[in-house]
Ligand binder design. Sequence first.
Ligand code: BGC
Length: 745
Amino acid sequence: MKRIDFAIIFMATIMYFFTGCQDANKKKTVKSGYDKEIRELISKMTLDEKIGQLNMLSGDWSVTGPVVRTDFKEDIKAGKVGTMLNAYTAKHARKLMQLSVDSTRLGIPLLLGYDVIHGHRTIFPIPLGESCTWDLDLIEKAAQIAAEEASAEGIHWTFAPMVDIARDPRWGRVMEGAGEDPWLGSQIAKARVNGFQGEDLSLNNTILACVKHVAAYGAPIAGRDYNTVDLSERTLFETYLPPYRAAVEAGVGTAMTAFNEINGIPCTSNHWLWEDLLRGQWGFDGFVLTDYTAILELIKHGVANDLYDASVLAINAGVDVDMVSQGFINHLKKAIENGEVSEERINQSVYRILKAKFELGLFDDPYRYCDTVREKDVVMTKEKVEFARKAGRDACVLLKNNNVLPFSKNIKSIAVIGPLADTKEDMIGAWTAAGDRYTRPVTLLEGIKNKLGTSVKIRYAKGTDYNSWSKDGFREAVKAAKKADVVILALGENWQMSSEAQSRSMIDLPGNQNELADAIIKANMNTAIILMNGRPLTIQHLDDIAPAILETWYAGTEGGNAIADVIFGDYNPSGKLTITFPRNVGQIPIFYSHKNTGRPFNPSDHYTSKYIDVPNSPLYPFGYGLSYTTFQYEQLSVDKTEISKQDTLRVNVVLTNTGNYDGAEVAQLYIRDLVGSVTRPVKELRGFQKIFLKKGATKKLTFLLTDKDFSFYRKNMTYGSEPGHFEIFVGGSSATMYKSSFILK
Ligand code: BGC
């Protein structure tokens, strides 16, 4: 790098952080409509009562981290608890609320939070699956239903949406997010925040949302959960931060610190992250809570000697609520006496927490979310369960189909085989809030029975366990397959394999499931594989041998019915992947929006970027997904070949359903900035439309692009576009090469 370039970057970076800090200093807690009430209340509070508001304890209704202590009831009565997690139902919440309201001097209501991630009682597909619907209305509505159910069970606050961009499927938490793309992830982040919070937080069917895990928790080295994150500033800003920012722009009420570090500073003690970036530059005006015991973990990170130190670091970094570590409650008073923390800083946090409680209406009526009659009326209504079925089928992605699916309902017999064909607990995946795992979910076998009734002979055989090497069950399974007209083979991971602390170094089908697939497909070629899993798996072998593969993720409470709708053609699959499926683990991280490199692969030039043992391309790319019908894109055009920064570019394309079924297509638009002051990805998603077309129907689609769509962090890290040539790609996946171009002046 030339010395002059280095100097420019250095200056710009300094300016950038300096400006951020200045903003942060100017930016105090944003005034609430309840400003007067909050200030009055704070003026009456003792220091102990203030610190109590900053303390979050865990109830004992779920365990989502190391158990620290359980005498929370006494602590509530002593005014030492401002917020709690893992406690719900209208009855239980009322009891806890009563302890706080009746026993404490000022009667400040408790705030009850819970991980309502993809439904509360009615469980929708896992968030990664839901993202594959590319249907923002559906995603928003699922969050809204979850909020309605949770709020009826005493919950005021969800620790969702999780918007961590994830490009390493070894990481077990890819199942909780919206995949690999920052642009799509941002749209989904907004939809989820809007769904949970609605337009008015004080309504008794909306809840406070929490954007997590800020920041870049989805990028642990080697995909191992909780591992260190080490990113360039550019990658952090371009790839990982946009969805958090989108959630802030949508008005998210709270944010959670990530367990990991950024640039050597753990997020829980990272002043730059909270005060300069989120509050200063982005205008976040909610409160920040740590992840579970994250203050305590600052000691193990090696930035604090003890919990006292850790608590001082966290509060001074801008953190407001201590989840479970009990550092704030036990050490902040001393830290104030020692002059290491100011009381003003505590007041800021108290202000933010009380503001949320006022906005939720808890001071008007602390029991407004604890109504047992409403709870009964609202939870798992017919309409909600129907919606879960719709979400379940919309999330399905058809990965391969040699004219096997859909199966006719006029068959005489079907074999339903596989370790995941009839296991209720696996249908809803992980992070299922209060969802019933063991009795309510509809298994695939049950869904097929519901669909076919008694006129078709249904044979079920498990074949093998999900993680077994025993072939004892193969014989019976092969026999069933041989006797049947068609076969459904349900394979994948059990529900616990994709979640927190569930990273895998190999992401093949576990146990001998591939061998079972070999045996079953050999016995009957009319076999469709149904996959259930929370992450991309390396299924090259399955792709080689299977006539059809349908990815169903963990499809939710109504999973079996939803999948049966797809298998038998009552619903034509329209899901598209939001995360790349690699061919093998050696390709990871693999994602569509990679850089070109100075030596992009050229088959006739040995010294270009490639593997010698596997193609560069993934097994299934981002945006990919088949349908029972086919779609054709034609007449791609731009309305201007040259535009200025003020112009809106119209991109037109004609989409036709050229196959034999009605169906929906997710038409995707990608851009490529050909020459920039810094290198740009080979493709970046900038638009999509989900269009339903009857067979034979045609529709002209128009995408609008403005300067914002061409903007990025330039060489000096300012955000904006640069003049030059752009390519535009339109099609049914990120692999499309159907393109046009224009010049930005
Ligand atoms: C997870 C968070 C979750 C919290 C509370 C943590 O272990 O990382 O995502 O919200 O527990 O359950």
